[in-house]
Design a protein around this ligand. Structure first.
Ligand code: NAG
Ligand code: NAG
Ligand code: NAG
Ligand code: NAG
Ligand code: NAG
Ligand code: NAG
Ligand code: NAG
Length: 577
């Protein structure tokens, strides 16, 4: 194993200067940007989100000129640092720049007294064409201040530009980025579906490749989509336990109403999800940086570059009979487009097309005499599209774009539904070849197991445990480096709401590893119990030189009643308000 640094910290409360503020974080690799390059950091925005519903932060951005030629940087990162003190729900944060969503995040729920702080460093190098010109930057973070909710999110966002040099060449970039967005100029540019979101786009006539990136997350009655129950079994469960439309979701992209690709989403659990005490100070994986999904739209380029506008649709489908979902998912996306040196129009055509509009599925289950229910939903889909693309300069590219995806979900409702167990698997092989050269790969596996034990019928007292992994070998497009992530998070705990005072606890352990084709490596093993980091090891070329820790004796041990906030459970219930 290549291991430049190994850090091993067992905490003993020696860093008193830091105070007792709780330092929240999501496990993730530090961005693979050159640390020894000349760097320019600019502040993009600073804003206290108090009652901010419908009032996004909208600022103008001008690219820095003191870090080498504009648009030729070796990398770009964003630093989002936030503090909060009080009681508040977790909120979604949508970063939109030049009408393109570039980061979807959510907020850890704060504690009261000393409050919380978190920093997330996000790699936005792939959006370099957007950062090369002045434009509007929007952060939508809809927060509410009302009785019982007083937590304000005080945010600061900086961007750091890493100058290119002979040792650190300029990052590869697309020629054009086309937004798949609402183009709103005062709020986040994601659309709420259903119904499907459509827009008309026109590609440059000399476009030769187009790779889509999709943002998608379930909200409201779709937050715990993986715990939704197949309609045919819903009437067999006690009322109020679960919502319908089944647990399967796929995000679809259609070109002129024809399916072009799909994504089986990763289940991001927000910090108020099911057991808030399990996500403090380590959030669920993905909560601060929601995963996105990549499709090759190159087979459709001859059509999209024909000079007229074409309809792109983003929607989210279930495998229930009508394929609908409950309220609502937020979706958006973008196309990274490469153009030919010749201005002449690209021609070509799809030579082979095999794709069904919806996934194939099977739902089965048993209801025992005592009411115990076991319900299985399985789904799969195969997509195979081939096309010939002839560029204006005469280069012929044969594209083979394939997706082979599998899904299963088993839910058990036992002992009068006081035990609610869920085991889900989503796996896939997504590959695109351009003249035999691998241009997009997404080999993923997102196993998830959640057990909830209600200790009282109202759900005001419960235990929950989570076993959640994110394993992904990903080449998003030829301009973005290929990387591989293996993450497994085990979390568990207890939550009790009582008139005599709330109580609760949680543990969270993570084993994470990252490698990329440029040779960067990062490993982290980190455990927390009762708000305190109990062990933390980081290694690899991207590991930080020193690790800062909050003082565990001050930050943890006892969770005060009012720190516990509320828990959202599947079935649309909120306890502890
Ligand atoms: C991120 O920004 C905060 C200020 O908002 C700063 O204190 C912190 O050092 C920055 N972190 C990094 C890694 O740049
Ligand atoms: C957090 O807010 C409380 C009031 O709710 C206040 O007493 C306390 O000083 C604040 N803490 C910090 C660190 O500002
Ligand atoms: C952008 O803002 C202006 C007002 O400043 C408004 O007239 C226009 O309709 C807005 N555009 C969109 C797409 O919302
Ligand atoms: C797309 O353009 C067609 C006409 O070219 C128009 O009828 C349709 O309303 C447009 N769709 C959207 C979503 O703007
Ligand atoms: C079953 O659970 C419901 C609440 O979900 C409760 O009202 C009912 O009394 C329970 N029945 C038994 C037999 O425990
Ligand atoms: C849930 O319970 C099942 C059956 O007891 C067990 O096999 C599984 O490991 C549990 N999952 C979690 C996350 O605790
Ligand atoms: C959490 O609280 C429950 C109930 O009081 C207790 O059984 C469990 O041992 C506690 N867990 C930890 C990690 O302290």
């Amino acid at each position: 194993m290549h291991c430049r640094r190994l850090l091993l910290l067992f905490l003993s409360g020696f860093l008193l200067a830091r105070g007792a503020v709780l330092v929240d974080f999501q496990v993730a690799q530090p961005p693979p940007v050159p640390r020894d390059a000349t760097q320019c950091t600019i502040q993009i925005l600073k804003r206290d989100f108090a009652f901010s519903f419908g009032s996004a932060e909208v600022v103008q951005f001008t690219p820095p000129t003191d870090c080498g030629p504009v648009g030729s940087w070796a990398g770009i990162t964003l630093n989002f640092t936030v503090t909060s003190n009080g009681t508040q729900f977790d909120r979604l944060g949508i970063f939109t720049f030049q009408n393109v969503e570039i980061w979807r995040t959510s907020t850890p729920e704060p504690t009261r007294g000393d409050g919380i702080i978190w920093t997330y460093i996000k790699d936005v190098t792939r959006y370099m064409p957007l950062f090369a010109k002045p434009g509007t930057f929007i952060l939508q973070l809809d927060n509410l201040i009302q009785t019982g909710l007083d937590g304000i999110y005080s945010t600061t966002l900086h961007a750091t530009f890493f100058a290119s040099s002979p040792t650190h060449p300029s990052a590869k970039k697309a020629d054009v980025i086309i937004p798949l967005s609402t183009f709103a100029n005062n709020t986040g540019n994601d659309a709420s579906v259903p119904p499907g979101f459509s827009l008309n786009i026109t590609l440059p006539q000399n476009a030769v490749s187009a790779f889509a990136e999709l943002y998608a997350s379930g909200n409201g009655n779709e937050e715990f989509w993986y715990f939704n129950v197949a309609n045919s079994f819903l009437p067999s469960l006690p009322p109020g336990i679960a919502l319908g439309q089944g647990p399967f979701r796929e995000v679809r992209l259609l070109v002129d109403d024809r399916l072009a690709g799909v994504a089986f989403p990763y289940a991001t659990i927000f910090t108020g999800g099911i057991l808030p005490t399990a996500w403090r100070p380590i959030t669920s994986y993905g909560a601060l940086d929601l995963p996105t999904y990549f499709l090759d739209l190159t087979p459709f380029v001859p059509l999209l570059a024909d000079g007229s506008s074409h309809k792109i649709t983003l929607d989210v489908a279930s495998v229930e009979t009508d394929h609908t979902i409950l309220q609502n998912w937020f979706v958006s996306g973008l196309l990274q487009v490469t153009t030919d040196p010749s201005p002449k129009r690209t021609t070509g055509k799809i030579t082979s097309y095999t794709a069904q509009p919806f996934a194939t599925s099977a739902t089965s289950g048993t209801i025992a005499e005592n009411g115990d229910a076991q319900i299985t939903v399985a789904a799969s889909r195969k997509l195979h599209i081939e096309a010939d693309i002839l560029s204006g300069s005469g280069r012929l590219t044969h594209v083979v774009w394939t997706q082979d995806l599998q899904y299963s979900n088993l839910q058990s409702y036992l002992n009068n539904a006081s035990l609610q167990n869920m085991v889900q698997s989503a796996t896939g092989q997504v590959i695109s070849l351009h003249n035999g050269i691998t241009s997009l790969v997404d080999k993923f596996s997102y196993p998830l197991s959640i057990n909830i034990t209600l200790l009282t019928p109202s759900g005001n007292s419960f235990e929950a445990s989570f076993d959640h992994s994110y394993n992904r070998d990903l080449l998003p497009s030829p301009i973005i480096p290929r990387s591989s992530i293996q993450e497994r998070q085990l979390a568990a705990g207890f939550f009790n709401v009582a008139s005599t005072g709330n109580s609760g606890n949680g543990t969270n352990s993570n084993v994470f590893s990252y490698t990329d084709l440029a040779g960067n490596t990062y490993k982290r093993k980190v455990d927390a119990a009762l708000n305190v980091i109990t062990s933390d090891e980081q290694s690899g070329s991207l590991a930080p030189l020193e690790v800062e820790q909050s003082n565990p004796s001050a930050a943890g041990q006892k969770q005060k009643q009012e720190e516990l906030g509320h828990a959202r459970l599947p079935g649309g219930r909120i306890v502890g308000v």
